[in-house]
Design a protein around this ligand. Structure first.
Ligand SMILES: Cc1ncc(COP(=O)(O)O)c(C=O)c1O
Length: 364
């Protein structure tokens, strides 16, 4: 992603690819929390936090994880990106084998490879709502498989799995004696709010669930995420590695999060209102233009638009050069399906959506 976007100086293109919904303003956040957050910041402690992270905030986060996760099972991180690094460093050694799905958020594969593991990727089934190809998945496991990585609700396709699918994934990990790392940063953005599934780590000791403020809670300027895991040995290893990285997250971020997390449901709903409205606009454009196709997203704040006539990279490059609009091409997500990721979570997109669907790249 960095390589593709670095072609243009920051701020010169209109961003239409973000996976996070439109960031909340201070005013919106004050209204939702019922607090003057400037006062919260002014009164906060400016010392270090503990390495595991603020106890009260961990408790608030654990309450979102239903029955079995307690504050002791939570480690705070500086964003989800640090969470990914911590998990891979704590679990993986050279020659370990990892399984991941594509298309994917690239660091989920690359950080595992950088930790010395070999990664087998399974393409999600584009022609079947980007669901898991169970036969393909089952034949990827071998004696060295240490970790299965999942990310549902999914970036970039907006697909989701059922509680039954999650149970099957947990059973497969159990059968093969490997860990399940579940990147759940879009949890809360299920388009049908009745289909929220349990967090993977809630009822499985061999699983790690990850959340963050930047995605479903639309606050990427607050660099705070969390890992939840019931296995205390792994958690302690993660805490030790974190003490060599960020040490602790910003205490200002932690103070803000304590006010925000209890209002998660309301923020998710604010984001869903934007997402569902954009999805309706996009559906009209996709349905009326046979050069484009999609599986209508069921969750998260992005869609993957498939291209019938062009390569994703050519289309995105031409769109950026000629229209100054930025979407992300397929190769950024390590997939062979031609297409691009588009945001469903930003406001004031309609006119830009039209321009994308009217765009005819001049490719020789
Ligand atoms: C699936 C997924 N996981 C993790 C992250 C990292 O989140 P952050 O940038 O807030 O650390 C992202 C960011 O786009 C993501 O899409």
């Amino acid at each position: 992603m960095a390589e593709f976007t670095a072609q243009w100086p920051a701020g010169t293109l209109t961003n239409l690819h973000s996976s996070n919904p439109e960031p909340l303003s201070w005013q919106e956040l004050n209204t939702i929390t019922g607090c003057d957050l400037a006062q919260v910041i002014a009164q906060s402690n400016l010392g270090y936090e503990s390495v595991q992270g603020n106890e009260h905030l961990r408790q608030l986060i654990s309450q979102q994880y239903h029955q079995n996760i307690t504050s002791n099972d939570v480690v705070l991180t500086s964003g989800a990106q640090e969470g990914i690094f911590l998990v891979m460093q704590a679990l993986l050694e050279a020659n370990d084998h990892v399984i991941a799905f594509t298309p994917c958020f690239e660091p989920l594969v690359k950080v595992a490879e950088n930790a010395g593991a070999s990664v087998s990727t399974c393409e999600l089934l584009a022609d079947n709502n980007w669901q898991i190809d169970w036969a393909l998945l089952k034949c990827q496991f071998n004696a060295k498989t240490k970790l299965l990585i999942i990310n549902f609700p999914h970036n970039p396709t907006g697909s989701h799995i059922t509680a039954n699918d999650l149970q099957q994934l947990q059973d497969l990990c159990h059968e093969h004696g490997c860990w399940l790392f579940s990147d759940e940063v879009f949890r809360g953005l299920e388009h049908d709010t009745n289909v929220r599934i349990p967090a993977a780590a809630d009822d499985c000791e061999q699983a790690i669930s990850m959340g963050v403020m930047s995605k479903a809670l639309a606050l990427p300027g607050i660099r705070l995420g969390w890992l939840c895991c019931q296995n205390q040995q792994l958690l302690q290893k993660i805490i030790t590695i974190k003490s060599h990285l960020s040490i602790c997250q910003s205490s200002l971020d932690a103070q803000l999060c304590q006010k925000v997390i209890p209002h998660s449901e309301r923020i998710w709903q604010r984001n869903l209102d934007i997402i569902l409205n954009n999805k309706k606009q996009l559906k009209k454009l996709v349905d009326s233009n046979d050069e484009f196709a999609w599986t209508e997203p069921a969750a998260s704040a992005t869609a993957f638009i498939r291209l019938n006539k062009y390569q994703g990279r050519d289309f995105a490059q031409s769109l950026a050069e000629n229209k100054k609009l930025l979407v992300l091409p397929d190769d950024v997500f390590l997939t062979e399906h031609s297409g691009f990721r588009i945001s469903l979570g930003l406001t004031q997109t309609n006119n830009h959506y039209q321009q994308i669907f009217n765009h005819k790249p001049n490719i020789s």
